[in-house]
Design a protein around this ligand. Structure first.
Ligand SMILES: C[S@@+](CC[C@H](N)C(=O)[O-])C[C@H]1O[C@@H](n2cnc3c(N)ncnc32)[C@H](O)[C@@H]1O
Length: 289
């Protein structure tokens, strides 16, 4: 395994002296393009935990942005029967990862390509994994938020998306990391990409004695929601998890609790009516973004 980060100074200088000038220039060129940080492999135990947190399985397509030696996608394909792609700027690492996929007999499900992370097409991904420096996490955040489908999972090792709060996270002792970055601990984060629901919705509630129509205005900050309805009531306890939406509105004798599913400009689900009045149905259409 290539372990550039562990090389001491004398070994680096010895290795550099042995390299032809053209190769040195190529290596410097690659280093300049490593805008997400140097190659530092995620230990296998952390990879396993990332894939567990992302609930990766045979139906998934995993994209690792800055894939290094390919360990995340190789593990997903071999142990969990997923398919996947690694995107990496260093051609030597891409060659290494593709050769390893061939050696393990999984080259049809684990593919690696030389590409800048910003050029990666994320449309196919159900899971994106990351172990990139904090600045790159923030630079990639808009791309990940806008290109991934609602419900796609994003799993990161050690670094987060600042005020895009994770849906889950987990920190534990990993002694192997002491040699890698001097901290014998790892944190893994999970985000579930939320549906985009901001805007004005025309809502209809029917059944169980209910027949009402009103307009709902929702404001969204990642998975967090806030809003008001056309009768002046404020939305309470609103939350998105992928395309699953939950919110409450005051009703006579308590709260009407809405639980539904968003698909583009449509929403539908059930309303648990305030005061124990039973369960109604609701549907909504976005009339203005
Ligand atoms: C910390 S390593 C993580 C490797 C692997 N994902 C893992 O967790 O073991 C970051 C990798 O991202 C690559 N990288 C950095 N900037 C990049 C960019 N702009 N586009 C593609 N790859 C990049 C580096 O070459 C390095 O291999």
């Amino acid at each position: 395994m290539i372990r550039r980060h562990c090389w001491n100074r004398r070994r680096v200088l010895g290795a550099l002296a042995a390299l032809p000038v053209a190769r040195l220039a190529a290596a410097a060129d690659i280093d300049a393009k490593r805008t997400g940080g140097p190659y530092v492999p995620t230990p296998q135990v952390v990879v396993d935990e990332m894939l567990r947190l992302g609930r990766v399985g045979p139906e998934d397509f995993v994209i690792d942005l800055g894939s290094g030696d390919g360990v995340i996608v190789l593990t997903a394909a071999q142990k969990l029967k997923a398919r996947g792609m690694g995107v990496e700027i260093d051609p030597e690492l891409v060659l290494l990862a593709n050769n390893e996929a061939k050696r393990r007999g999984i080259a049809d499900r684990a593919v690696f390509q030389v590409q800048d992370v910003f050029k990666a097409d994320l449309g196919k991904a159900t899971v994106v994994t990351l172990y990139l420096l904090p600045g790159m996490m923030m630079n990639l955040r808009p791309k990940i938020y806008s290109e991934l489908r609602p419900g796609a999972r994003v799993v990161s090792h050690d670094y987060h998306f600042d005020d895009w709060q994770p849906d889950d996270q987990y920190t534990w002792d990993v002694p192997e990391k002491e040699a890698i970055n001097g901290v014998p601990r790892a944190t893994v984060y999970l985000w579930i990409v939320p549906a985009k629901v901001a805007g004005r919705w025309q809502v209809k509630v029917t059944g169980s004695g209910a027949a009402e129509e009103y307009e709902l205005t929702l404001r969204q900050r990642f998975q967090e929601l806030d809003g008001t309805d056309s009768r002046g009531a404020r939305v309470i306890a609103a939350r998105l998890r992928g395309g699953d939406i939950m919110f409450s509105l005051p009703g006579s004798g308590g709260r009407n609790i809405y639980r539904g599913r968003v698909t583009g400009d449509a929403m539908e689900g059930a309303v648990e009516r305030a005061g124990g009045k039973g369960t109604a149905r609701f549907s909504a259409t976005r009339v203005k973004p």
